[in-house]
Design a protein around this ligand. Structure first.
Ligand code: TZP
Ligand code: MG
Length: 223
């Protein structure tokens, strides 16, 4: 007998292994789409457009370019915060924070088959996100990071472990994740890691992505 699909109807199975988030401020002047191309070449499996300082027009422009690129490469494309931009450029989904649109409302606007991810910082928030029907959760910041302005105190790898033991939807760890600590995050039960500076600020973007990817794949062999 064939296995029941492990995802909702209409949603595809997503590989969250290496989830790269754009950060134009940290990209050494290189265009967002070129950085994304290199990250994908190195093995990024999800790409998120996250540019807090972009105007709607700039987001739409970058979004169209990233949609074209990710579609060609078979990479999942997510837009941060902006349900309208996600819909307008045909992204696969949206990533929301605790203070953004509630999941149910975002789902109503987006329609079926879109991915909705939400940032969580505690076991309670993680369980609530799952209850509300999120497709995946972010968990973090795991380590200290200065990449996000209004960032909370690090939650530590222990929270990843706790969340992994009670939440069944995919869990993506975020915050200060680098080549030297990525393996312990995967070992703690994360389905993938989300990074900004470890990839987009690297001189060799594809090399940095490739190194992370190989450590992620390696850590999985011991699970
Ligand atoms: N949310 C929690 S930590 C963070 C975000 C967007 C920033 C992650 O950036 P970096 O450079 O990978 O620490
Ligand atoms: Mg947000």
């Amino acid at each position: 007998a064939s296995e029941a699909p492990s995802c909702k109807p209409g949603a595809r199975k997503v590989d969250y292994s290496l989830y790269v988030i754009t950060g134009d401020k940290f990209s050494r002047g290189r265009p967002v789409v070129e950085v994304a191309r290199a990250a994908i070449e190195g093995g990024a499996t999800v790409l998120q457009l996250r540019e807090k300082d972009f105007t709607a027009r700039q987001l739409i422009d970058a979004g169209h370019q990233l949609r074209r690129l990710t579609r060609e490469k078979g990479v999942t494309f997510i837009v941060n915060d902006r349900v309208d931009v996600a819909l307008a450029v045909g992204a696969d989904g949206v990533h929301l924070g605790q203070d953004d649109l509630p999941i149910g409302m975002a789902r109503r606007i987006l329609g079926p088959g879109k991915i909705i991810g939400i940032s969580t910082h505690s076991v309670e928030q993680a369980l609530e996100a799952q209850r509300q029907g999120a497709d995946y959760i972010g968990v973090g910041p795991v380590y200290e990071t200065r990449t996000k302005d209004d960032v909370q105190a690090p939650v530590g790898v222990d929270l990843v472990r706790q969340v992994a033991s009670v939440v069944s939807i995919p869990k993506v760890a975020i915050g200060g994740i680098k080549a030297h600590n990525v393996e312990e995050v995967i070992a703690a039960g994360a389905d993938g890691v989300a990074v900004i500076t470890a990839v987009v600020a690297a001189e060799d973007v594809s090399g940095a992505a490739r190194e992370l990817r190989s450590r992620i794949d390696n850590a999985r062999r011991y699970l």
